[in-house]
Design a protein around this ligand. Sequence first.
Ligand code: FE2
Ligand code: FE2
Length: 195
Amino acid sequence: MIAADLSFDREQLLEKIGAAMSEKRFRHVLGVEEAALELARQYGCDERKASLAALLHDYAKEVADQVFLDLIDQYQLGEDLKVWGNNIWHGLVGAYKIKQDFGLEDQEILQAIQRHTVGAAQMTLLDKIIYVADYIEPNRDFPQVKEARRLAKVSLEQAVAFETAHTVAYLAQKGVPIYPQTIETYNSYIRYLNN
Ligand SMILES: [Fe+2]
Ligand SMILES: [Fe+2]
């Protein structure tokens, strides 16, 4: 097992992460690390934690549904979680797989990975950095990304609010359910955009 603590061997870690996903996703992961490191420097976050959380955040994105369902049972995460899908599971439940596969015990990093898609009402600096970096990394290309990148330089809270507002609007427009924690994130952070 590769020890994914803060003294991790980068080459070994990248090899294992790369083997778990497509090349395109691996490029995204490296982009998230780049964006996360930039934010960590700007906002004074531990760069090693930002790097490790970024590199691992989508490790479970290509894992089969049954693996998540089994993990939900194993860790007694609640039957309610089973009605969701990969988009929600790969972070919230994926963190347990990362803990198992890498022996990663750092709760701050695991929490940031868990929250990278859904956020939380009260996010730590590391949570916010990974949440925002995932959205603005250099490979991202969608109409609002320039504004999201601009806001990230001004205020992480505004960037969280902007990203969440767009995610909620996008999901509502598609007519799909929105995970309650995403709504909590929206309710908690939207005020930052309006003042
Ligand atoms: Fe993700
Ligand atoms: Fe991602």
